[in-house]
Design a protein around this ligand. Sequence first.
Ligand SMILES: *Cc1c(COP(=O)(O)O)cnc(C)c1O
Length: 434
Amino acid sequence: MNSIQKKDKKYIWHPYTQHKFESNPIYIKNAKKASLYDYDGREILDLISSWWTTTHGHSHPTINKALSKQVRELDHVMFAGFTHSKAIELSESIVKILPKKLKKVFFSDNGSTAVEVAIKLCFQFWVNKGMKERKHFIAFDGAYHGDTLGAMSVGKGCGFFKLFKDILFSVETIPFPETWHGDNEIEKKELQSINVFKKVILKNRNKIAGIIIEPLIQGAGGIRFCRPNFIKQIVNIANENKILVIFDEVAVGFGRTGQMFACNKIKCEPDLLCLSKGLTAGYMPMAITVTSNELFNCFLSNSVDKALLHGHTFTANPLACAVAKSSLDLFESEKTLKKIESIEKNHLNFLKEILKHPKIMKPRVMGSIFGFNINKTQSIYKNKKGEFLKNFFLDAGFNIRPIGSTVYLMPPYCITKKELEKSYSVILSAIDIL
Ligand SMILES: *Cc1c(COP(=O)(O)O)cnc(C)c1O
């Protein structure tokens, strides 16, 4: 440990870390494309895109240029009573590629705040309409929506927040019909989930404000997949019962599932959409909650009470907006969705190879994401096997962090075939000694 690293130990409290026994953090000097480099020049392949944020790769020259141009022009300006070109350009570009219903962009700072905004919007929508008894939320088992109190409340189903249950609001949870390659009970699971959803609606007639969904893939709950048509059915039932639908695409937005957004892939329209992680290509914190004109219009009134009195200090930071706009343009100019298609092909080839592997369960591939389980049931977040695997991968130069029993890859889209092949083979060697 050098003197700087000693200061890390002295001054810093890291996230999700038991400082009593966890090993010292790796001291990163720089990053390029799909790789991180430490001070000894050791390369670590960033196979989970630094917590699912990096899209085009680290330190992309085009984004770097956009950022440095912006910093010379406008660093920041408050966003109530002021506006700026980058927020406007970004909002226009995003709205153009989203489902038609989604028209208004509300900026905040991270995935959790995007979810808080969505929850407050839904709640106040019904208050503004004079139906304030519609105040309950429905969420899924295994769902994760962030670490702030409202987000933890709707994310109760993931089981991480039991400690805090006394300060969370109550939420109805319904089962998530998890599926994988070769799953032959999926119809049954979907039907059961739909039935529970209908029962919850009956029990709480006209009392439900909204339902929040991680469409197609639950992230932190264990990279769990469901089928597009299931989500479509849930949305239809919600629409029929005037329940607002929130899609939390904080993890899956910006290409992870193979299409720009999961809602494009499902071909359905939520009332609210939360985006963050990939929004700024992994460069800086920012989030948006996008919603319909119908919702927006319900906040218009001659009284200020009906307005959404919510905002964060750094709302729509121009640097972050410039980066996000540049990233969106790159999806076009670099034909990023094609790159994701070839990542998916590589994943599928590997999936075929491992189908009969005795230690690999629930193998699954969607877009740029590959995952499987090492146990039949999902185990707690930081279990022994998972920690062993994480350290094994790091020692071999790969940033792959299992979630409970799930081992997965979610690489930056610039990853090469060769790098993917190296990753598959390190996974196989790790599993062999498990
Ligand atoms: C990461 C994540 C969040 C929370 O985002 P933060 O930026 O960590 O606050 C919310 N929802 C989903 C689906 C996520 O994956």
